[in-house]
Write a protein that binds this ligand. Structure first.
Ligand SMILES: [Zn+2]
Length: 350
């Protein structure tokens, strides 16, 4: 019987940690794992902890997080734990090319594959982590298949993907799938109170905002300025509602420029934030205020809910999702963002 660990220092996803611990204990690891789930849910940390568990200098199935191997893996400089993804691919490219890269290319996969064939230098196992696996283009996916089918016996491959849906089924079927889900709001709030000493109110608010994405929460805890920036950004987005069309279109143009310059994450986060607000207004208008995320702004939500028609709110919330999807599909960013500002709901006269 395996004794209980502290879940590898991971908040939530106990079932996944438990499954991996049992596999290590029984010496029945899969040769390839696919860790899927939304942005910031904890996929990268789980992949890292598995790499540490497989190479920790201590005994047992848990990474000690203190030995030389664990620390080097954490810092990203262990010779047997190789990490690739859009970030490493971009680091090897010229700046102007890097911003335009939208796929994982076959060269990135080939380089990874040559590396996979090498025996461990220091550790027990070679662990390969490929982030952004959903961005493998078709040629790169096909190149991957052979390695996924027959990796060398000393290697463990870990693919990390935001959505397993866009991966080739042949890739998914060769991996053991670990699908991480957003954590319950109460679990996030408890972790923030107990492990990060946040006050109950702050913990509740951050947990509500997080949508269960613990990675996002921890980024905010470590960068309080970002929280203030987020509040400012929301104020700016709400002010747009009362501005003339020309100003809204200018806003779309500026965001599109930022997007093209490589600031995609910020643009997606802006859309997320905006959508979270209007979803809350919609929930409030529809009589479900207990489900809102902006729990510190219930009065403002109620005021807004009284001013808009439910179908308009619904159309706008969907419109923001559609814009995010179009950006992911490489539609012209200005068109996608203009679509959002044109779909903004109008106040109803009462
Ligand atoms: Zn260790």
């Amino acid at each position: 019987m395996i004794e209980l660990s502290d879940n590898w220092g991971i908040i939530g996803h106990e079932w996944a940690v438990d499954l991996l611990r049992r596999s290590i204990a029984a010496n029945r690891l899969a040769h390839a794992y696919l860790i899927g789930g939304p942005e910031g849910v904890g996929k990268a940390l789980l992949a890292l902890r598995l790499a540490q568990a497989l190479n920790c200098e201590g005994a047992g199935v848990d990474p000690c997080l203190r030995c030389r191997a664990c620390r080097r893996i954490e810092r990203g400089n262990h010779p047997d734990v190789r990490i690739a993804g859009m970030a490493t691919q971009a680091a090897g490219a010229k700046a102007e090319d890097a911003a335009r890269q939208k796929e994982l290319k076959i060269d990135t996969v080939r380089e990874w594959q040559r590396d996979v064939m090498l025996k461990p230098y220091e550790g027990r196992r070679r662990v390969f982590i490929l982030h952004d696996a959903e961005k493998l283009n078709e040629a790169a996916s096909n190149a991957m298949l052979k390695t996924l089918e027959e990796p060398p016996p000393y290697a463990t491959l870990i693919l990390v993907a935001h959505t397993a849906g866009s991966l080739l089924p042949t890739i998914v079927s060769r991996c053991q799938l670990l699908r991480l889900r957003p954590l319950p709001r109460a679990q996030v709030a408890r972790a923030l109170r107990e492990k990060y000493n946040l006050t109950a109110d702050d913990a509740e608010l951050l947990a509500a905002w997080s949508g269960g994405r613990i990675g996002w929460v921890l980024r905010m805890v470590n960068a309080p300025d970002e929280l203030a920036a987020r509040q400012d950004q929301l104020a700016e987005l709400l002010a747009l509602t009362d501005q003339p069309l020309a100003a809204r279109l200018r806003w779309a143009e500026e965001r599109a420029k930022a997007y093209r310059a490589g600031d995609q994450t910020a643009v997606f986060e802006t859309l997320d934030l905006w959508q979270s607000w209007w979803r809350d207004v919609l929930l409030t208008a529809a009589g479900c205020p207990q489900a809102v995320i902006h729990i510190d702004r219930r009065n403002d939500l109620a005021a807004a809910a009284a001013q808009y028609a439910i179908p308009d709110l619904h159309a706008f919330v969907s419109g923001i999702s559609l814009a995010a999807q179009r950006l992911r599909d490489n539609v012209n960013p200005q068109l996608a963002l203009e679509g959002v500002v044109l779909a903004m709901p109008e106040r109803q006269l009462r």
